[in-house]
Ligand binder design. Structure first.
Ligand SMILES: Cc1cc2nc3c(=O)[nH]c(=O)nc-3n(C[C@H](O)[C@H](O)[C@H](O)COP(=O)(O)O)c2cc1C
Length: 177
């Protein structure tokens, strides 16, 4: 069975990005969602891949067929927490995997931030199928009083489009083997 993984890299204690990550995981059919903020900060910063929780997250990437990397846009780029985690992965850590870079931000000015900043890094890490990034604005996200996130219709359509593309990507790459 195809295995999907969502990795979110927001450092916020109350994180809209993490809520969006839960939503993405549910649209992928209850995929696992690894919140990097929950990993031990000292081990992450020291690139200590022997830490059990860090090891588990690294292994989850290795075991996945497709990975959604989700970050808030901070200072016109991906959050540092995501970069710290990427630095822990092997150089070819995305070989054979389809990767979808995804972000949440406030300004339309940064819609291309991941295509410029993250896409080439993911290619250099071995993925031959890095999908075009999906960047959603905070205004696409609706959070109900119980704290659950939903998307406005335009945001939902865009998410369902990339989820379909992600699934197609996996079919295509396994057909090539
Ligand atoms: C330190 C910081 C820097 C930010 N920089 C940008 C930015 O450059 N462009 C943008 O559109 N939004 C920026 N934002 C807004 C966040 O991308 C947005 O609020 C996002 O939803 C935050 O997700 P979070 O709740 O997971 O932290 C910034 C927010 C913070 C806290």
């Amino acid at each position: 069975m195809t295995s999907f993984l969502v990795v979110s890299g927001s450092p916020s204690a109350v994180s809209k990005t993490a809520l969006l990550g839960d939503l993405v995981a549910s649209r992928l059919g209850e995929a696992r969602h690894v919140r990097l903020r929950d990993l031990p900060p000292a081990a992450l910063l020291a690139a200590d891949a022997s830490d059990p929780q860090v090891r588990d997250a690294v292994d989850a990437v290795a075991a996945a067929d497709a990975v959604v990397l989700l970050t808030p846009i901070y200072k016109a780029g991906a959050a540092g927490l995501l970069k710290v985690f990427l630095d822990l992965l092997p150089q070819n850590g995305f070989e054979g995997k389809t990767v979808l870079p995804m972000a949440l931000c406030r300004s339309m000015a940064h819609l291309l931030a991941l295509d410029y900043g993250l896409h080439p890094v993911l290619q250099s890490m071995g993925s031959q199928r890095v999908l075009r990034s999906l960047v959603l604005l905070e205004e696409h996200l609706e959070i109900d009083p119980s704290g659950r996130a939903g998307l406005v219709p335009d945001g939902e359509l865009r998410l369902l489009d990339v989820v379909a593309e992600l699934r197609d990507g996996i079919v295509l790459s396994s057909a090539r083997v």
